[in-house]
Design a protein around this ligand. Structure first.
Ligand code: PTJ
Length: 245
């Protein structure tokens, strides 16, 4: 069914279609639809708008990415189908590889996702030939590339599963997680958490990266406290809910 643009929930329904088409095309894991639904529920609780706390976290994340020596953007199925144009733009802006790293890894999905990103103009894609493993993970997400995630100092990990987020921090890496659920293990273990919807969070991050490139503000990194910021996100969500009816 084609959803008319006039539909009040057009944006939300369009994202569902992208996820379902992605499953049909072999890009998105079936569980990706469930993960998306969980995300939708949290997004509803913030009025489907970027919270003030996420705007601050986004500036800190941009500062961290701009000062990184080897930034990498980790890409899974949901991220690719929802946000390909923006992650490709961010990859170019930061000169950071896009590394396809999947929880439900199959060679077929890696090949299709590589092609999907290439068709949209991505040039710097890793993940097809992993030559390293992230210590402490006993599933396929451990597989990674030496010239990508393994040697990175800062990794942007949208829609993460908690195991790897923690393993990356244990490796001494700084992580920026995008997750609508402030209670998830990934959110709580990240260096910086963007409690925001991916298709709002990445364009905002691009704007903030450009601003940081023009006029870097490194003080924001020393001032930023992730747990405090997530506490603010939960309070902002509670306020939204208590005012909703
Ligand atoms: O493509 P693969 O094989 O790597 O698999 C990807 C999924 C997403 C299926 C896998 O990583 C997974 O199962 O993730 P989880 O553990 O369900 O976590 C996904 C998190 O992302 C949840 O906490 C959701 O709230 C959140 N989320 C879902 N959609 C969005 C989101 N956060 C921001 N923006 C979204 N659009």
């Amino acid at each position: 069914m084609v959803v008319p643009k006039s539909h009040p929930r057009y944006e939300s329904l369009r994202k569902r279609e992208l996820i379902l088409d992605g499953i049909r095309d072999g890009l998105v894991a079936e569980a990706g639809a469930i993960a998306h639904g969980r995300g939708e529920a949290f997004d509803y609780m913030m009025g489907e708008k970027t919270l003030p706390s996420a705007q601050i976290a986004s500036i800190a994340a941009a500062a961290l990415l701009v000062q990184a020596e080897r930034p990498v953007i980790s890409v899974n199925g949901n991220t690719a189908v929802l946000a390909a144009p923006w992650i490709i733009q961010l990859s170019e802006l930061l000169n950071a590889p896009l590394e396809i790293n999947l929880f439900y890894r199959t060679d077929d999905r890696i090949r299709k996702l590589t092609q999907f990103l290439e068709d949209r103009g991505a040039k710097n894609i890793l993940g097809a030939k992993p030559d390293r493993e992230i210590p402490g993970i006993d599933h396929a997400r451990a597989l990674c590339c030496d010239e990508g995630i393994y040697s990175a100092d800062v990794i942007l990990v949208p829609l993460e599963d908690g195991d790897r987020a923690k393993a990356l921090v244990d490796m001494g890496k700084k992580t920026i997680v995008v997750d609508l659920n402030p209670l998830s293990r990934s959110s709580r273990t990240a260096t910086i958490t963007l409690v925001d919807e991916l298709t709002r969070a990445i364009p905002l991050l691009i704007e903030n990266v450009k601003a940081q490139m023009d006029d870097p503000d490194l003080r924001i990194l020393t001032d930023f406290d992730n747990l405090e910021n997530m506490g603010a996100a939960v309070r902002e969500m509670s306020l939204f809910l208590s005012d909703a009816l």
